[in-house]
Design a protein around this ligand. Structure first.
Ligand code: NAD
Length: 478
């Protein structure tokens, strides 16, 4: 059911073989080895940059209509194969099949949306001050060769956000997808080439992440870096990019606050928040992370959230009965154990879950932690896993202050009917995306991105395309 793993350089698919460094890819639900992932040599990384550089002029000059047609065909191929690719994703990443299909649907829609939006990279005309001069033309041009780095939590969506926008804008790209979840990126690359993408427009490489990123970012022909992952790695890549004055888009860690006010539609809030919290076992950068619940609802919310956590069926994502899969790797399990131990030390109550489940696979129980004060790590550091920490608040100002109490600023949520609370959430939460009475903040047509230590720049929406375009002024005299 898994796929054969390849690098893709200049249109050639290169597999593992004798003499080549490779690494095993494991199924986090069982520990079974799924396949061998070839690493690119240094010479191949340089060849990937050279191929993207050679292909750039032709792709940038290709009519946006033609580029759009290729992206639409890619979307069609992926849609035809959605069941097979969803199974690949579940095998390598662990999320339940239904979630894998949902992610792929989003990724396919993103290709389609970018295919359309890429046809609308309009410039503008500014009237000239000089008598007799014709005009100033503001042109939008693709930035050039891009290097993109994507993580393991969304093995299809994060590559498509970068590949789709870069290609729609007329850029060429080298993608280093996660070595832990490479199969979806291989399938996306296959679909792009079957859809008619010319050789060299998109390459896929794998290796030791620090070595690959250092080599690609230092290459003079690479003009733009896009990274999704943790804040420390993002800062490191920004420093590498700064040495070459290269543009960056950084989608880094979140730590989303949730405010549940006393006037919230309680049942709707509880259902939406617990579903979102345990989706992808909490390994989502916009996952609701720090729960602040009005003191009048606090005890009830803790009990109800714990009941829902206990009722979740944990299991292999391939089993249609499973509602939550394993964590993606052993690092996350260790991180969850450390968060729970810290919460216990800090006097918080572990109301449900709190432990690893079984000794096969990376399963960790959906967990609810009740805390009366924010001095445990769960309220400071991003947990990126299935732990739902709750603490009470009294006033609106107190809630906003607690919510803004970390350096991250990706997403924030509020559940309330009162117009004043909605306005406060919208204007006073220091984040890049706010959901009021909803957690649906990520769609193909809307910008996705953070502020503060969550990074900068957007993916999705017309802003996502802008990230791959640069502005040129042409002033034309008579
Ligand atoms: P990590 O910091 O080791 O790696 C994060 C990602 O960056 C991985 O995909 C990894 O392959 C890649 N990476 C690491 N070093 C790199 C380098 N020098 N150059 C290029 N890429 C590099 O952490 P991890 O254990 O994989 O994940 C844990 C943390 O990462 C989480 O707590 C979460 O905060 C963050 N994370 C965020 C997202 C997101 O969507 N923003 C996704 C995955 C992980």
């Amino acid at each position: 059911m898994y796929t054969e793993l390849f690098l893709c350089i200049d249109g050639r698919f290169i597999g593992s073989g004798p003499g080549r460094t490779s690494e095993p890819v494991e199924n986090p639900a069982t520990g079974a080895v799924l396949g061998e992932l070839p690493h690119a040599t240094t010479a191949e990384l340089d060849e990937a940059v050279a191929a993207a550089t050679r292909a750039f002029a032709g792709w940038a000059a290709t009519a946006p209509f033609e580029r759009s047609a290729i992206l639409r065909r890619t979307a069609g191929i992926l849609r035809d194969r959605i069941d097979a690719i969803a199974a690949i994703m579940t095998l390598e990443q662990g999320k339940p099949l239904a979630e894998a299909k949902g992610e792929l649907t989003h990724a396919i829609e993103l290709f389609e949306w970018l295919a359309e939006e890429g046809r609308r990279t309009y410039g503008r005309v500014v009237p000239s001050r000089a008598p007799g001069a014709l005009e100033h033309l503001v042109l939008r041009e693709p930035v050039g060769v891009c290097a993109a780095f994507t993580p393991w939590n969304f093995p299809a969506l994060t590559p498509v956000r970068k590949l789709g926008a870069a290609l729609a804008a007329g850029c060429t790209v080298i993608l280093k997808a996660s070595e832990e979840t490479p199969g979806c990126a291989v399938e996306i690359m296959r679909a792009l080439h079957e859809a008619g993408l010319p050789a060299g427009c998109a390459q896929l490489v794998f290796g030791v992440p620090a070595d690959v990123s250092e080599r690609l970012i230092a290459a003079p022909d690479v003009r733009k870096i896009s990274f999704t992952g943790s804040t420390p790695v993002g800062k490191h890549l920004m420093a590498l990019a700064a040495a070459g004055a290269k543009r960056t888009t950084m989608e880094l860690g979140g730590n989303a606050p949730v405010l549940v006010f006393s006037d919230a539609d309680y049942d709707a809030a509880l259902a939406a928040l617990t579903a979102a919290k345990f989706r992808n076992a909490g390994q989502v950068c916009v996952s609701p992370a720090r729960f602040f619940v009005h003191e009048s609802l606090y005890q009830r919310f803790v009990a109800d959230a714990a009941a829902r956590a206990r009722a979740l069926r944990l299991g292999d994502g391939l089993d249609p009965q499973s509602q939550m899969g394993p964590l993606a790797n052993a690092r996350r399990v260790e991180a969850m154990e450390a968060f729970v131990a810290d919460a216990e030390r800090g006097g918080a109550r572990i109301v449900g879950g709190g432990r690893r489940r079984g000794d096969t696979g990376m399963f960790f129980e959906p967990t609810v932690v009740a805390a009366d004060a924010p001095d445990i790590r769960l309220f400071r550091d991003e947990c990126f896993g299935p732990i739902l920490p709750v603490m009470p608040f009294g006033t609106l100002d107190e809630a906003i202050e607690l919510a803004n109490g970390t350096a991250a600023g990706l997403a924030g949520y509020a559940f309330t009917q009162a117009i004043g609370n909605r306005q406060a959430a919208m204007h006073r939460l220091r984040v890049g995306m706010v959901g009021v009475n909803t957690l649906a903040i990520s769609t193909a047509e809307t910008p996705f991105g953070g502020v503060g230590e969550s990074g900068f720049g957007s993916e999705g929406g017309s802003e996502g395309l802008d990230a791959y375009l640069q502005t040129k002024l042409a002033s034309i005299a008579a």
